[in-house]
Design a protein around this ligand. Structure first.
Ligand SMILES: Nc1ncnc2c1ncn2[C@@H]1O[C@H](COP(=O)(O)OP(=O)(O)OP(=O)(O)O)[C@@H](O)[C@H]1O
Ligand SMILES: Cc1cn([C@H]2C[C@H](O)[C@@H](COP(=O)(O)O)O2)c(=O)[nH]c1=O
Length: 216
């Protein structure tokens, strides 16, 4: 049996981590086997790559180097953690995946969505998510949330100019048009409970469709 691969995407502070934590807890209570993980990271090699990419001192990092490092971290995380969990029939909830590279490196950095997609196709060998929840938020609101979250360390990407963060959002909007069957947009400016209700409804629909949850 193969599991279900769900990715969560969006600009900084959109609420992805908050939603993954709630979902993982509730799905586990419903008897669904869940793996929650994140990119870049989730395993030792990829967490080390994350430290290199997000280090605030690395202001000299070339955009293509950045795109390749994200793709390398993705490859290792996918083969070492995500694919084995899917083979065990688990629901994998992944905080960021290929669409982050397309929006941040492809569009906001200006490398080109199609070029960055090409290197990522090499990295993932067809392992695209079954569904992607995109948390849409004005970057000013997202960055304010992060600034108010004492536990969240500020990283190199957070420190980019406001224009960059607006381009990230624009990039995601282009991806909604490019992948309309896979990416579902959610208004992330709404209160946490209302965002979560929408998320749960979408995930339940996916689980029922995949025969992994019986409801009512
Ligand atoms: N819908 C919401 N309304 C208000 N605050 C929220 C909402 N969702 C999350 N938050 C708060 O915003 C902050 C950022 O949320 P979270 O860490 O979940 O975002 P994120 O998308 O994972 O961010 P990043 O990817 O940049 O780390 C947290 O303090 C969280 O409690
Ligand atoms: C996977 C991926 C991530 N990014 C950026 C997005 C964020 O600014 C950071 C990750 O930090 P978070 O707190 O875990 O969200 O990295 C990117 O630019 N490209 C990618 O492929």
């Amino acid at each position: 049996m193969s599991g279900l691969f769900i990715t969560l995407e969006g600009p900084e502070g959109a609420g992805k981590t908050t939603m993954i934590e709630k979902l993982a807890a509730d799905l586990s209570l419903d008897g669904v086997k869940v793996l929650s993980t994140r990119e870049p990271g989730g395993i030792d090699i990829a967490e080390k790559i994350r430290t290199i990419i997000l280090d605030k001192k690395h202001t000299m990092m070339d955009s293509r180097t950045e795109a390749l490092l994200y793709a390398a971290a993705r490859r290792q995380h996918l083969t070492e953690k995500v694919l084995p969990a899917l083979q065990e029939g688990k629901v994998v909830l992944c905080d960021r995946f290929i669409d982050s590279s397309l929006a941040y490196q492809g569009y906001a950095r200006g490398l080109g969505i199609d070029e960055v997609y090409t290197i990522n196709k090499f990295a993932i060998q067809g392992a695209m998510p079954d569904a992607t929840l995109y948390f849409d938020i004005d970057p000013e609101i997202g960055l304010k949330r992060i600034a108010e979250n004492a536990g969240r360390e500020v990283n190199r990407l957070d420190l980019e100019k406001a224009e960059f963060h607006h381009k990230v959002r624009e990039g995601y909007h282009l991806l909604l048009q490019k992948f309309p069957d896979r990416i579902i947009s959610i208004d992330a400016a709404a209160p946490i409970d209302s965002v979560y209700q929408k998320v749960r409804k979408i995930i339940d629909g996916q689980l029922i469709q995949a025969g992994m949850l019986n409801k009512g």
